[in-house]
Design a protein around this ligand. Structure first.
Ligand code: DUC
Ligand code: ZN
Ligand code: ZN
Length: 474
């Protein structure tokens, strides 16, 4: 077993910061040592990592990724191998991807397929949520095996009729089962049937460009579905976690339910904090013309800055009306994938790739004063660990936890570009973004996988994490 000592840094947790050295023995953190104390005698570690002037934080946890997701006649362009490697570059040491059951297939087959895709291919640790694409007697029975499989959360879609969609009766039945088992219900909250009508009307009127993706998926569709999901959760007693929240009105629904004491939670994603309907979806360029906006076609969609959604998301992250930031990493290339929808925005595969940039993008909130350092750690690591039943093992720098550690240099600087990122994409949704701060060194279960600009990890290093029940419930 090798020992690693991280010296001279400022250890930041969700609740505070302190000057301490961190000792890792093999895969586990074994001690935090304050300056001037030598409780373990003279420590002669095999490897010493100097973190002077830098932050030492628990590895990032991205609880919402889609590697190799079949969508719109194509497949998300990052594999488990490329996606988890890019995650490591960006200071994320655990991902939770979504195993997929589509309508008409068996849940167990979907899960087995996802284990096959991931096993032996990941650079960092990974877990799964289960997408339920068809709620029936069979799938409800399958849910009863989830906890033993270490899959304690599952996702349903109020959108995408004919693909992933569940109607209210199906949602009700699944939530009843989830309440019984203690599972966390994750919801894609958009009124899909109404959106599909609006989208068809727009296309018929000749409004086919990416911008109209955002118009069809109006905020009213998100607010209404969020409210409906909350009420179904209220009735059944099922804890609810709403994914990729982008409308301020949806946040207001979550806050309303939380104020009444309901177990309701929400995540947003970097794209809903920084990007907008006007500036990105409505963009055009020499290269792609009016189709440039396809890079940012995702669902829920980017919202209008004029309407104030982005500012509201930042505020909600401060007030804990939103508890987490995940990426919904679902990358597609422009050539050969996004361009399937060049004549009709409905055919553009939905998704943005950001897994490599989440820690950096959220650190900008610290730079601008939107977030404290501690809240940055909480939103990107500690709460994801608690929400999804991994806290203690992940999400914290403490004796007994996995040696998942990021050394972050606040003096570093990066310009994001497709030419330097490690995601399998021919463009970047974040091209030209200037980042203050930099991921310097990353350890995954005690192994240095990123060493100041060098990748030292390997596919197969990452292991499946069997998760427990949520540790975040009220
Ligand atoms: N939203 C996306 O943008 N992509 C994949 C699925 C989803 O819900
Ligand atoms: Zn979704
Ligand atoms: Zn998603």
């Amino acid at each position: 077993m090798t020992t690693t000592l991280i010296t001279g840094g400022t250890v930041v947790s969700a609740t505070g910061r302190s000057e301490a050295d961190v000792l890792i023995d093999g895969e586990k953190i074994v001690a935090l040592i304050s300056p001037g104390t030598t409780p373990l005698g003279t420590i002669a570690a095999d490897t010493v990592v100097d973190a002077t002037g830098k932050y030492v934080i628990p590895g990032g946890i991205d609880a919402h990724t889609h590697f190799e997701l079949p969508f719109g006649g194509t497949e998300a362009s990052d594999t488990f191998e490329s996606g988890t490697r890019a995650a490591a570059w960006g200071g994320t040491t655990t991902v939770i991807d979504f195993a997929v059951q589509t309508t008409g297939t068996k849940v167990q087959d979907g899960l087995a397929k996802w284990h096959d895709k991931a096993a032996g291919n990941c650079a960092i640790d990974y877990g799964f949520h289960q997408i339920m694409g068809g709620v029936d007697d069979d799938s409800l029975k399958a849910m009863r095996g989830f906890v033993d499989e270490g899959i304690t959360s599952y996702k349903m879609f109020m959108a995408y009729p004919g693909v992933f969609y569940s109607d209210d009766g199906q949602i009700l039945r699944a939530m009843q089962t989830a309440a019984d088992l203690g599972l966390l219900t994750m919801m894609h909250a958009e009124n899909g049937p109404a959106i599909d009508v609006l989208a068809a009307q727009l296309v018929e009127a000749g409004k086919t460009t990416p911008y109209y993706h955002g118009i069809a998926r109006a905020w009213q569709m998100e607010e209404e579905a969020t409210h409906r999901a909350i009420m179904l959760g209220n009735l059944t007693g099922a804890p609810l976690y709403v994914v990729h929240v982008s409308a301020k009105q949806a946040v207001e629904q979550l806050a309303w339910a939380r104020d009444k004491g309901q177990n309701v939670f929400g995540e947003t994603c970097p794209q809903y904090l920084y990007l907008s309907l006007e500036e990105q979806l409505g963009a055009d360029s020499k290269e792609w013309g009016a189709f440039e906006g396809a890079k940012w076609v995702c669902s829920t969609p980017l919202r209008s800055r004029e309407e104030g959604h982005q500012d509201h998301m930042w505020q909600a992250l401060r007030t804990n009306d939103l508890q987490m930031v995940s990426t919904d990493h679902c990358p597609f290339c422009m050539k050969g994938q996004k361009d399937l929808g060049v004549d009709d925005f409905r055919k553009i595969p939905n998704g943005i790739g950001s897994i490599e940039h989440r820690m950096d993008l959220m650190y900008q909130g610290v730079v601008t004063g939107e977030l404290t350092l501690e809240r940055w750690v909480e939103l990107t690591s500690t709460t994801p660990a608690r929400m999804f039943g991994m806290y203690g093992q992940k999400g914290v720098i403490a004796p007994g936890a996995d040696g998942d550690v990021v050394i972050y240099d606040p003096k570093g600087h990066t310009t994001i570009s497709k030419d330097t990122h490690h995601m399998n994409m021919d463009h970047s949704a974040w091209e030209g973004f200037e980042i203050d701060g930099h991921v310097d060194t990353v350890l995954s279960r005690g192994k240095v996988v990123i060493d100041r600009g060098e990748y030292l990890g390997a596919k197969g290093d990452g292991r499946f994490v069997k998760r427990g029940l949520s540790q975040y419930l009220i």
